[in-house]
Design a protein around this ligand. Structure first.
Ligand code: ADP
Ligand code: MG
Length: 473
């Protein structure tokens, strides 16, 4: 392209900002594997031009990240209309360019012992150990299986397939296995790798017709862990080759551990025989956490933090950081989505407290976590409100919905209507319908009555507050 039509505008700055956004959204691994290899080549006719080192990298970025990249560029410069990714010197000879372009396989930390390097793994997080993993009903099978692998001298189940939703500890367990083997059986060669990286290197080998060498790399590996294998499913025709390698490894008695966000049978776009092979060993699922486990995890993280952090007071004095149990209970009740989010919430509160130099309190927690709490607020239903209120006032549900006018029934009924209006998105007519087919004016009257009563009857006010709290937990 003629250089006079290329406006290289603030190139490095704009590109830096785009890269930062990419990193934030997709993480270090994706950045290292893909975007880091791409060069920025300015803007021509409002079209951003990027250069990818290989056809594969180009196609991958096109199919996975291009729309987001475009968004980033437009956010930075609204006149941008599109994004084009070229190969080096594509005007001359595409194929040679693609073939001779250096494939940068940017190795991260190799997770193996001091023997000769064979395959570069992904980095391990040193906080992810068995010691820091809290065991509960939902993860005990996965934990036991993971432990077993680090203790056994022979391959007992192969592969171990761990699956469960996001943020439930799959990666944590894998890292824990790596650390444990590393510590206790230093002669064993362990490789931990994300599926994305594994596939990238594998496909690079395919491209260079070097799959033999790729498989060789695993010759002396005793334990191979591939994280988030759903990434490979349904994505590429090389999947089959990939699983051939997998078979070879298993035949070589290399212990393989695989994680995915779903069970083998739920993985889409993978042939039946491969799926059945994946399920040959042990399939262990991690269920969503229950309240007790969440509390246990929070307690252990809070303990760890209080050993490391303190509250600094002006004047130099400092005090141990303590997270009150009611705050932990509150978080365990509120943030039910996944452990990662739970941890994030605790960390935010701790960071805030250490920053402003104040003790952690409920008020502070509510304030700091406003947005999270709102996002995690369960949708309360009218049924639930009716049931809880009836229970609270010790009346029967049927009575609440009946025509009975006794004060002991009318009040709870009105309070339940009031809460239904406050805590659900239902309209007055809908609420009326659900309360034994009452008219919306009756509902409105009931709500007004409760509002009035709350102003000068402390008992009612108290009841309403308590009931609301029941739904918040
Ligand atoms: P996944 O790989 O399943 O998406 P991770 O292993 O990355 O989830 O876990 C997310 C976060 O939650 C990590 O910081 C991890 O340490 C923490 N975590 C998950 N489960 C537990 C547990 N049982 N005990 C302690 N920490 C946990
Ligand atoms: Mg993970």
């Amino acid at each position: 392209m003629p250089s006079d039509t290329v406006a290289v505008m603030n190139s490095s700055e704009q590109w830096d900002r785009v890269c930062t956004k990419f990193l934030r959204e997709f993480g270090q691994q994706a950045y290292t594997n893909w975007l880091k290899q791409v060069g920025y080549n300015g803007v021509k006719n409002n079209i951003v031009s990027l250069i990818a080192p290989t056809r594969f990298v180009r196609d991958w970025i096109k199919s996975h990240y291009a729309p987001r990249l475009k968004d980033y560029f437009i956010a930075d410069n609204p006149s941008i209309q599109d994004l084009a990714i070229y190969l080096p010197d594509s005007s001359k000879n595409t194929d040679t360019a693609a073939q001779t372009a250096e494939v940068v396989m940017t190795p991260t930390i190799a997770v193996e012992n001091k023997h000769e390097a064979s395959f570069e793994g992904s980095p391990l997080d040193e906080r992810y150990t068995f010691d820091s993993f809290v065991v509960g009903k939902s993860n005990e099978l996965a934990y036991a299986a993971a432990k077993r692998i680090t203790e056994a001298n022979d391959v007992t189940f192969n592969p171990l397939f761990l699956h469960g939703g996001v943020g439930l500890g799959k990666t944590h367990l894998m890292h824990a296995i790596a650390w444990e083997v590393f510590k206790n059986q230093p002669n064993k060669k362990v490789v931990y790798v994300s599926a994305e990286k594994f596939m990238f290197e594998f496909i690079a080998a395919l491209r260079f017709k070097d799959t033999h060498a790729f498989k060789q790399k695993f010759r002396n590996v005793d334990l191979l862990m591939i994280d988030d294998v759903q990434f490979i499913a349904n994505k590429d025709s090389t999947q089959e080759e990939f699983f051939h390698t997998f078979n070879t490894l298993i035949d070589n008695r290399c212990q393989v551990i695989i994680t995915a966000d779903r069970s083998p049978t739920d993985l889409e776009g993978i042939q039946d025989r491969i799926i059945s092979r994946l399920g040959w060993g042990l399939v262990a699922d991690i269920h969503p956490t229950d309240y007790e486990l969440r509390l246990g995890i929070l307690q252990s993280k809070a303990d760890a933090a209080s050993h490391k952090k303190s509250i600094a007071h002006p004047g130099g004095a400092s005090e141990k950081l303590i997270v009150p149990i009611e705050v932990l209970e509150f978080l365990a009740g509120k943030i039910t989505s996944n452990v990662r989010e739970l941890e994030g919430a605790l960390n935010r509160v701790i960071a805030y407290a250490t920053l402003v130099g104040r003790h952690i309190t409920m008020e502070m927690t509510r304030e700091v976590l406003q947005d999270l709490i709102r996002a995690n607020n369960r949708q309360v239903t009218i049924d639930e409100i009716q049931r809880k209120v009836a229970e609270y006032y010790n009346i029967r549900l049927a009575e609440m919905l009946s025509d009975r006018r006794a004060r002991s029934i009318v009040r709870p009924r009105q309070i339940a209507m009031f809460l239904s209006k406050e805590m659900t998105k239902n309209s007055l007519p809908e609420i009326g319908r659900r309360f034994g087919g009452r008219d919306h004016t009756t509902v409105m009257h009931g709500i007004r009555k409760v509002e009035e009563l709350m102003l000068d009857d402390h008992q009612i006010e108290d009841d309403v507050t308590r009931l609301k709290r029941l739904f918040e937990a």
